[in-house]
Design a protein around this ligand. Structure first.
Ligand SMILES: Nc1ncnc2c1ncn2[C@@H]1O[C@H](COP(=O)(O)OP(=O)(O)OP(=O)(O)O)[C@@H](O)[C@H]1O
Length: 605
């Protein structure tokens, strides 16, 4: 790797470190008033970072960040006002209290949003409603606890500044030291968040944004991850709120206002969505710009400037400042996706495959049978799965065939948990999984490949496999080792570092199958796996499915009769949602009744 490539890969750590050092150095020499104003930009940057991890990384535009910010500020101050009087050291009380309260409220709101499986728009509106509700309630909310007074419209005053020393007479930091203190706290919060988001947790959050269903099909409890991410973001916002209260020494309900709520996404967009450092850049740029124009941080020109900046940004810098710099820089580096252009056809290394499957069997136990009993699913007047009772076992591949609309995919989706059945049961081994969420079925041993390749487009081939393997083994080293084996088995070594989005359709199908194998499934369900594959790839796939069936139960939904014939397994015909016939493919191909349903003749049907 060249210096430029290494620096590009570490940019999110190196530049923020340099920026922190420079800001700290500048802190003691700049004008105290500027230091005071710039402190608020750092705080807004931290608040915006809290949005960036849920929006830029998690894919959910939350308008509740200022709610957690305000609540963190009020609660942190409530604690600080009472305790700091006796002990000094206000920041020891207000910052953890604000962060914790913000995290708890976010976890509660996130629990409602994510477990109710709301759509993105609905979730954004609910988060906005929550902020508006607080705004309205806080106007008349009055509370006195000890020496802390929340006075409704009048807000809360006499909040102690940043007091680092102990004891009654301890003094608050001045503007310059206060600025440096806020920079240090925000930098620590940034680096902790960055560590979280560049690790496996962050990759799962990326997976949720890119393809939530696939993430769950890997066995991740996606809602738990979403709530945890939201709670972390609430913690950051609460921390920012507690800092803001110490900076302003005063809070009032305007912190929950519409204008405040909408400023946060603007900072994020200006800096660069999903970049983590971008929110600070956005807050500094907008804050600095309005300060320079003479309006101060919240001066009269701010709204106008924000409007103009946003319009220019939408027109010219769609990825924000850091996003645009990153793109420009990347375009000057050697193309990391070059390897794809020289790629040959995928050839399965059968020896490697058998090793992977033997190891999987050793770790996850023997193959499990899958059974459905009178499985029933209806969509209004359509019944795509009508009392279907089937049993699948290891030893040979099972194929499900039938004309278009026969209910093959619906049967598979009902087994997988994408559709909830109205009747009957699905049993894997000894476990009744009829009502289990998708990720629990995966834990029970199910591995699923849907018709379209489901890979995480923005992650590399290796990262895709790692995230799949990590879902099972929960160890980064083991996950990397499994990913390396699957890459070798698929012969994708040259493509291991390229983005999945640039792989060919066939390669994406293989990668998807590789991800399923990383789960060491005991039952494998494949929905039209040969779709879009070349003849050569289809032959390879047939070999893979046959080998797989020696180690696990395999069920394949397929249209391609020739492919089904090469599997040399058991075939079940579905028709109009019901079991119709079964046997080997040659017998079924000679069966007039089966021919009739495929040709649409009525004679035998
Ligand atoms: N989510 C849904 N909502 C409403 N109807 C659905 C839904 N999914 C499937 N159906 C209906 O159920 C019937 C069976 O569809 P399904 O896709 O399961 O058949 P299939 O055998 O897999 O067909 P194909 O081979 O064309 O993929 C169709 O009439 C379809 O319109």
């Amino acid at each position: 790797m060249s210096f430029s490539q290494t620096l590009y890969a570490r940019a999110g750590t190196v530049f923020p470190l340099v920026a922190t050092a420079l800001t700290l150095a500048a802190g003691s020499i700049i004008d105290p008033y500027l230091a005071y104003v710039a402190t608020s930009w750092v705080i807004f940057g931290l608040l915006s970072l809290s949005l960036d991890i849920v929006w830029g990384r998690g894919g959910f535009l939350s308008l509740a960040q200022t709610a957690f910010y305000g609540l963190g500020g009020y609660f942190g101050s409530l604690v600080a006002v009472n305790l700091a009087d006796m002990t000094g050291h206000s920041i020891l009380w207000s910052l953890p209290a604000g962060a914790l309260f913000g995290a708890l409220v976010a976890a509660a709101l996130g629990w409602i949003i994510f477990y109710a499986r709301m759509g993105p728009l609905q979730a954004t509106i609910l988060s906005y409603t929550f902020t508006l509700l607080l705004w309205s309630v806080s106007q008349s909310f009055k509370l006195t606890i000890g020496s802390a007074v929340i006075g409704g419209d009048n807000g809360m005053s006499n909040i102690p500044g940043f007091v680092p020393g102990f004891g009654k007479g301890a003094e608050a930091l001045g503007p310059q030291a206060g600025f440096m203190f806020v920079v240090v706290v925000s930098a620590l919060a940034y680096f902790a968040t960055r560590k979280l988001m560049t690790g496996t947790f962050g990759k799962v959050i990326d997976g949720i944004r890119l393809d939530i269903q696939k993430t769950e099909l890997l066995g991740y409890d996606v809602r738990r991850y979403q709530v945890l991410n939201f709670a972390w973001s609430g913690g950051l916002a609460g921390l920012a709120g507690a800092l803001f209260a110490g900076w302003a020494n005063y809070l009032n309900p305007s912190i929950f206002s519409v204008q405040e709520a909408l400023l946060v996404p603007i900072y994020v967009l200006v800096g660069g969505l999903g970049t983590l450092a971008g929110p600070f850049v956005g807050a500094f740029l907008i804050g600095g710009l309005s300060f320079w124009l003479g309006g101060g941080a919240v001066g009269g020109q701010t709204t106008l400037i924000l409007g103009i900046v946003l319009i220019l940004l939408v027109l010219f810098l769609k990825n924000g400042v850091l996003g645009a710099i990153g793109q420009l820089w990347a375009s000057r580096l050697p193309d990391p996706n070059e390897a794809v252009r020289n790629a040959g056809a995928v050839a399965i290394d059968t020896g490697e495959l058998e090793q992977i499957l033997t190891e999987a069997e050793r770790q996850a136990g023997p193959a499990k049978p899958l059974k459905t009993e009178k499985l029933f699913k209806r969509f209004g007047g359509v019944i795509p799965v009508n009392n279907v009772s089937l049993a699948f076992a290891p030893g040979q591949p099972f194929s499900l065939i039938g004309p278009n609309g026969a209910g093959k995919s619906s049967f598979l989706k009902t087994c997988v948990g994408v559709y909830a059945p109205e009747g009957g049961s699905v049993i894997i081994g000894d476990d009744d999984i009829t009502r289990a969420p998708i990720f629990r079925r995966v834990h029970a041993g199910m591995g699923v490949k849907n018709q379209k390749p489901q890979v995480f487009a923005d992650l590399s081939t290796r990262e895709n496999l790692r995230i799949a393997a990590y879902a099972r083994v929960r160890s980064r080293e083991q996950a990397s080792a499994i990913a390396a084996k699957v890459i070798a088995m698929l012969g994708l070594e040259a493509q291991s570092g390229v983005m999945a989005s640039v792989l060919s359709h066939g390669q994406q199908q293989w990668l998807d199958i590789g991800m399923v194998l990383c789960l060491a499934p005991r039952v494998v369900l494949l929905d039209e796996p040969a779709a879009g594959m070349t003849n050569e790839e289809t032959r390879e796939l047939s070999g893979l499915v046959r080998t797989l069936s020696k180690f696990t139960t395999v069920i394949v939904v397929e249209h391609d009769m020739e492919f089904v014939r090469t599997l040399e397994g058991h075939v079940t015909v579905l028709h109009q949602g019901e079991f119709f016939a079964e046997g080997d493919i040659d017998t079924l191909r000679g069966d007039d009744r089966v021919l009739d349903i495929y040709l649409g003749r009525r004679e035998h049907v």
